[in-house]
Write a protein that binds this ligand. Structure first.
Ligand SMILES: Nc1ncnc2c1ncn2[C@@H]1O[C@H](COP(=O)(O)OP(=O)(O)OP(=O)(O)O)[C@@H](O)[C@H]1O
Ligand SMILES: [Mg+2]
Length: 266
């Protein structure tokens, strides 16, 4: 089957056709995804929602080329990646994907600058240090280059992870519950960064359990029992910078973070 094409003739960045994922555990078979069709176009910011176990991470793993479907086809940038070997998939992943996870997945005892340089070692990029510094500045961490994860707040650690995801200039940013471990303010700061990146043209797919988080996206898809059951557009997505401005300020709070985010991304 051919992948869908937009009216101007360009294929969607992601085109998933009739994908199913079955985990075979010997005595039982788990149908994690059932006959999923999904197109995502360049420049979308899309939320993936659904109850625990509904298949969200399974879908993210397939879209992110970390795993493959049992059945069906997946076109990425017009190329069918369904039957690629592990090595081919790894190359696609390094070139096109940036990942952000709920638990940050940073290396302990490693500075922010070094964490962000690491993806470029595999991709062979030049000017590693200056590009890593740029990426960290873009997430408001230009003054935290030498800090290790234990020397950063949760929100700052997640921003290091975003800088690491960005540094190879990926086609897609895949984020699986990126705000799940963050407090309200840090979550809003992360969403402000995502909205800024999206305004600059990045395509971002984000899993979330929180409706308030999803409402920052223009589109929300929902899964249930491995099936895609709803695909809705949001007329007026929330603006994370506006939401940040509305958060209460307490006199005793040392508030050096929020202004730096606003400066960094405006
Ligand atoms: N590696 C695996 N082996 C076997 N079964 C798995 C595996 N990974 C996921 N599953 C099963 O597939 C189904 C979908 O899991 P998935 O992790 O995609 O759910 P999810 O929507 O991301 O849930 P959560 O919101 O809790 O993260 C679940 O029933 C899960 O138990
Ligand atoms: Mg999950």
């Amino acid at each position: 089957m051919a992948s869908a094409v937009t009216p101007d003739g360009t294929p969607p960045v992601i085109s998933v056709r009739d994908i199913s994922k079955i985990y075979d555990l010997g005595s039982t078979r788990v149908h994690a995804l059932r006959h999923v069709d999904l197109d995502i176009h360049r420049g979308e910011l899309i939320a993936v929602m659904g109850p625990s176990g509904s298949g969200k991470s399974t879908l993210m793993n397939i879209i992110g080329c970390l795993d493959q479907a049992s059945e069906g086809d997946y076109w990425l940038d017009g190329v069918n990646v369904s039957d690629m070997t592990e090595d081919e998939l790894a190359r696609v992943r390094n070139r096109k994907m940036g990942f952000v996870f709920q638990q940050f997945n940073l290396l302990p005892r490693t500075s922010a600058l070094r964490q962000v340089q690491l993806p470029m070692i595999y991709s062979g990029g030049e000017d590693r240090e200056s590009r890593a510094i740029e990426a960290l500045k873009a997430v408001g961490l230009g003054d935290r280059l030498d800090h290790k994860p234990t020397e950063l707040s949760g929100g700052q650690q997640q921003r290091v992870a975003v800088a690491r995801a960005l540094v190879n200039n990926p086609t897609l940013i895949m984020a699986d519950e990126p705000t799940g471990a963050l407090d309200t303010r840090s979550g809003q700061e992360l969403l402000a960064i995502f909205q800024r990146l999206n305004a600059q043209g990045k395509t971002i797919v984000m899993v979330t359990h929180e409706y308030d988080v999803a409402m920052h996206c223009r589109r929300i898809v929902r899964f249930k029992d491995g099936r895609l059951v709803a695909d809705e557009s949001v007329e007026q997505p929330l603006d994370a910078l506006e939401e940040l401005a509305k958060l209460p300020h307490f006199a005793d709070e040392e508030d050096e973070l929020a202004p730096s985010i606003e400066e960094a991304i405006s």
